[in-house]
Design a protein around this ligand. Structure first.
Ligand code: ZN
Ligand code: ZN
Length: 410
């Protein structure tokens, strides 16, 4: 299964009204399309704009509406944390407060100067509170992820981020009567004091002030979420997948697939960007197929990156590069593997954002019903024999073709 992140797109003016996928010269994928069938996927649900996390949970058979704990835990995973069930994760901002804890700037002037050092000092200086482990992970710009680990923590607690400037840092309060919520809120309030202690007199902040920048002297926390235990890919009902592998260089996707029980490989040279070594990734996927893995997921991030940067031409050439790498090896597997090419969501390279547009899907399996559309694109996929399915249907569709599913009923 090959997942191009943000594969779907809309017609692009700079490509003469075609989409990057439609305009790409991709002889192998189009040949595969002449032998397979197409359709479209609503990753989460029609009209719902998916994140990469919710979309990936869905295409591996889970219902994100039921299992998704909020952005906190998955942003922490995206920042490099490895979360266990029961861990609490927050989204955080470096911010500027005055001596009375009134928020002057929620983003510490958006300057990134010295933030890596501050994260380092926080991990050294506030690594533990009352026996609970605390971890800080740098995310994009002024953002970070904060993880609390230990037994009996709750995510039913209020934010310390007031959400506006000119107000004091909030005291986190329990949102229900459970003792674990009170305990966690108390812990978070102590954590805020400790963070302030480490950051207030920090050399980096003295430098920032001397440079005319705002000091990053507090971390505001919001969106507490508790990592749930997620059903592993090999625990899905009626499906026989014993060993699953994933190839990705993107922290979020590596983390999600790992949580779902995949063995994750990040080959050298794979960057999670447009400059990634696509051959190394394809080789890593083929090795897992050769070693008898039942399901191999090969993830390419470049399509999403180019879309967010509003670069339809780069998206097109990234697809072309991947097509040629895939054509060198996938032909050998056509008599013994079900091949699916799709994405986790649509990312419009015109507006630079995810949209709810359904995602094109191409499936090849020897002996399957062919729709003979011949070229793979958003346009043809809408006419394909598979029709329109939900993300969580995909793993069932593929395991049926692979004869790895038991019937539902007698
Ligand atoms: Zn994505
Ligand atoms: Zn994206």
């Amino acid at each position: 299964m090959i997942g191009f992140d943000g594969l779907g797109d809309r017609p692009s003016a700079v490509l003469g009204g075609k989409t990057p996928l439609e305009d790409a010269k991709k002889p192998f994928i189009d040949w595969l399309a002449s032998l397979g069938a197409q359709g479209v996927i609503d990753p989460v649900s029609p009209g719902v704009i998916p994140g990469s996390d919710t979309a990936h949970l869905a295409i591996f058979g889970l219902d994100p509406f039921k299992v998704y704990p909020g952005r906190g835990p998955f942003e922490a995973i995206g920042a490099g944390a490895e979360l266990n069930p029961g861990d609490i994760a927050f989204r955080g901002n470096f911010a500027t407060v005055d001596e009375k804890f009134v928020v002057i700037d929620r983003r510490a002037g958006r300057s990134e100067y010295g933030l890596d050092k501050l994260v380092d000092s926080l991990n050294k200086g506030v690594g533990e509170i009352e026996g609970y482990k605390v971890e800080f992970y740098r995310a994009a710009e002024h953002r970070l992820a904060v993880v609390l680990r230990g037994v009996g923590l709750s995510d039913r607690i209020g934010d310390t981020d007031p959400g506006v400037e000119g107000e004091r840092v909030r005291v986190s309060a329990p949102l229900d009567n459970d003792p674990s919520s009170k305990r966690t809120a108390d812990l978070v309030n102590k954590l805020t004091e400790e963070i302030s202690r480490v950051l207030r007199e920090h050399g980096v902040n003295k430098e920032r002030v001397e440079m005319g920048l705002r000091p990053a002297n507090i971390v505001l926390l919001r969106g507490a979420g508790k990592m749930p235990r997620l059903r592993k890919i090999y625990e899905l009902e009626r499906i026989h997948i014993e060993r699953a592998g994933a190839v990705s260089a993107t922290a979020l996707i590596k983390g999600v697939t790992k949580l779902l029980g995949f063995h994750v490989v990040h080959p050298p040279g794979a960057t999670g960007g447009l400059n990634t070594d696509v051959h190394a990734k394809v080789r890593a996927a083929v090795e897992m197929l050769d070693r008898g893995y039942d399901l191999v997921y090969l993830h390419f991030k470049g399509t999403d990156t180019a879309s967010h940067d509003r670069k339809p031409r780069e998206k097109r050439s990234f697809i072309e590069k991947c097509d040629s790498a895939l054509s060198e090896v996938l032909r050998d597997f056509m008599d013994r593997a079900v091949i699916a090419i799709t994405g986790d969501h649509t990312t419009s390279s015109t507006i630079g954002q995810h949209t709810s547009d359904p995602v094109p899907l191409l499936v090849y399996s020897e002996g399957m019903f062919q729709d003979m559309l011949g070229r793979f694109s958003e346009r043809t996929a809408r006419l394909g024999a598979i029709g329109r399915i939900r993300g969580s249907d995909l793993i069932y569709l593929l395991t049926d073709l692979a004869e790895r599913q038991e019937k539902f009923g007698a």
